[in-house]
Design a protein around this ligand. Sequence first.
Ligand code: KIV
Length: 298
Amino acid sequence: MASQLTAPVIRARKGDDRAGEPLVMVTAYDAPGARIAAEAGVDLILVGDSLAMVVLGYDDTLQVTVADMAHHTAAVARGLRGLTPGRAPLPMVIGDLPWMSYHVSVTDTVLNAAALVKAGAQAVKLEGGSKRVAMVRAIVDAEIPVMGHLGLTPQSVHAMGGFRVQGKEAGGAELLVAEAQALVEAGVFAIVLEGVPDQVARVVTESVAVPTIGIGAGRFCDGQVLVFHDLLGIEDRIAPKFVRRYAALKADAVEAMAAFASDVRSGAFPSDDESYHLGDEAARVLGLYGSEGASKTA
Ligand code: KIV
């Protein structure tokens, strides 16, 4: 496989010559999604636990397991195999640690992170700040790069009382900076900032030595991430204000499938050219001369 971007390279983007060119991350959950992202030239693919909501039909992200995440991480990694990157190197793959996979014991945490790496991830992501420092250190000690995730952390949906923008209250920025710095000291190579006011994201971004990647966090982050199904309009039910839809694939797919259904029902599909045919001799032996198309060869 062609070379992939790595955690040290992504971390170094904070201060290198390409500073000013934001990092581009998208989620993907399967091989075709990975190929689309790679051919589009994104820097990072996150196999997010948003899998639960956009692919598996759950109402929140709490239902997915390490086995689910490993299954989809492996599909993404397989999708990149054999690809010639449009803009070398290929994207880095990050596996999202699901809820309760890094909350109980250090041993479980490291083994769960390792399961995602064995499936094909080059790094893992986990949600939370100072509370997660011990787990971040343990994963980093096992030589697995870790991406942090602060602000609106969907795995805390019940604790937050819903999917709510975070850091709006007085002192919110200071708190977030402290949490981000705790993660950096523990060894994260980048931090996702989700659902925070843009001014707060700016303060955090300017306060830490690793890249911040925003989603619903405004334009002052070091990079941006969107969920695959939101960006491409495969999800068309809810659109938070930070989502920009670059395509309407759900509408296109419905239209295409309705055209197929209509062609089948009217007899317009399949055509003669879309069918296999017996050769002349086989048709003669089977006594099928005379039936429409029987004299055509396959
Ligand atoms: O799971 C996910 O898709 C994420 C992104 C929103 C960053 O965590």
